[in-house]
Write a protein that binds this ligand. Structure first.
Ligand SMILES: [Zn+2]
Length: 447
């Protein structure tokens, strides 16, 4: 039997890892994740563990380590890059790692150096406890999740060093946060994410002098298409994850609320049912986006001079797809709203993803959460945004990726609104809670 764990000392140890990671400026671009990779390599070496540090490009460090167990492995995956910050808007500087009144401050405290620190801690505890493993436990802290196409992180590892990170099950960021509906508490486990279809709409027209308007103006054509897209109401497509999410909530509610939740899935009743749900406005707007493909016009470009009608104009659109919908289906759907005066050209595409909720790792997560918070219910969730799953699943379609960083809102006010915002911070309490839950998940699944 392994020795009992001294969780007080683990709390200060994992807090220290997080603080040290936060003190490294791994803003992407440019990334410089090598800083974090070197640091983690040092921690692993001190523990007598072998690790692999690779650079996908100068400064773009990826670090992996493995505890052998044979059998289908579990990959604990995190990214060490962070988004940009505006230091003058912060109370404690974004790379301070300051511990103040139970909070650890810094860019990445929630996304996702907190989870990297927790997973590192779990990995070390599994080693220290001397468990006999029935599966490999793999730790990976990788570069380049936050910017652009993310070519320097886990996707690069799968292409260049697959033996380091291939595993049928992955736990990474995404879900794990709690919420309440009529007094019942839930935790999400993110099993799905929408796909990405970022594209350009380009129009061509006749050039001319600004003093002589004509009807073949490229700028007007693109503006018309953008306006059409902006007011489009796209059809609903219900994916399995969203159905399971709403059914999971409905099971705990009165028959009236349960019916409203079901109505959300019915295209004819959805719009009416949504505002009547006992959910936050943020959750309702999330559901609205999850029920359909979405298209946001985010950038425009046309013309060089005020008095010249240009021959070309372009709008960039951030499209997000319900799992199961392809780019072709999406374009067919939006064409009536953009009209035929623009051409579509795809810049970035990755399909929507859904992992199974009948897998053994999902069952383990549900079991372990039952031990830590017996009153709560775990529901699968799907995100409008993407995680590193978009780099894994297109390369390894059989891999099941779950987003699960357990987090209790009650112990940290408004924390989720701070992701990518100013004053990002996490409570030590949540960091330790996550470490304990993830530790138990790994022990139960891998021993
Ligand atoms: Zn992230």
């Amino acid at each position: 039997m392994p020795e009992p764990i001294d969780w007080d000392s683990v709390a200060s140890e994992v807090t220290g890892y997080l603080q040290n990671l936060l003190r490294m400026d791994t803003t992407n671009p440019p990334g410089n994740e090598r800083l974090a990779a070197d640091y983690i390599a040092g921690v692993l070496t001190n523990e007598g563990l072998h690790s692999n540090l690779t650079e996908s490009a100068p400064g773009r460090g990826n670090i992996t380590a493995r505890l052998e167990g044979g059998g289908d492995g579990l990959l604990l995956l995190g990214h060490t890059d962070v988004v940009a910050s505006e230091p003058d808007k912060w109370i404690h500087p974004p790379f301070s790692g300051r511990l103040d009144n139970g909070y650890v401050w810094g860019r990445g405290a929630l996304d996702m150096k907190n989870m990297v620190a927790a997973q590192l801690m779990v990995f070390l505890l599994i080693k220290r406890q001397g468990h006999t493993l029935s599966r490999d436990v793999i730790f990976a802290a990788t570069a380049d999740e936050e910017a652009g196409k993310g070519d320097h992180g886990v996707g690069w590892l799968l292409d260049n060093h697959p033996e380091q990170v291939e595993a049928p099950y992955v736990i990474t960021e995404g879900g794990g946060n709690d919420f309440e509906v009529n007094g019942q508490r839930f935790y999400t486990c993110q099993t799905g994410q929408k796909g990405i279809c970022r594209f350009r709409m380009t129009a061509e027209g006749e050039p001319g002098h600004g003093s002589r308007p004509h009807s073949d103006n490229a700028v007007v054509k693109v503006a018309d298409a953008a306006a059409g897209l902006g007011s489009a109401s796209l059809p609903t497509h219900v994916c399995e994850t969203l159905r399971a999410f709403l059914n999971g909530i409905g099971k705990t509610q009165s028959s009236h609320v349960a019916r409203k939740l079901r109505d959300v899935l019915d295209p004819d009743l959805s719009e009416e049912a949504l505002p009547e749900l006992p959910l936050s406005t943020q959750m309702v707007s999330g559901l609205q986006a999850l029920l359909r493909n979405t298209a946001s016009v985010t950038m425009l470009q046309a013309g060089q001079k005020i008095n010249v009608i240009p021959t070309e104009a372009t709008a960039w659109v951030d499209g997000r797809l319900v799992p199961g919908r392809t780019a072709e289906m999406f374009f067919e759907e939006i064409r009536p709203f953009t009209g035929n005066q623009v051409e579509f050209e795809v810049d970035q595409y990755s399909p929507g993803l859904e992992a199974g909720i009948s897998s053994p790792i999902y069952a383990t997560i549900v079991d372990v959460m039952g031990d830590h918070d017996p009153e709560a219910v775990v529901v699968p969730s799907i995100s409008t945004g993407g995680t590193d799953a978009k780099h894994i699943c297109p390369r390894r379609p059989d891999t099941q990726v779950y987003g699960f960083m357990p987090h209790r809102q009650e112990s940290g006010e408004e924390e989720w609104g701070l992701i990518h915002g100013h004053n990002e911070r996490t409570t030590v309490e949540n960091l330790v809670f996550a470490t304990r839950v993830l530790h138990d998940v790994v022990v139960r699944f891998c021993t």
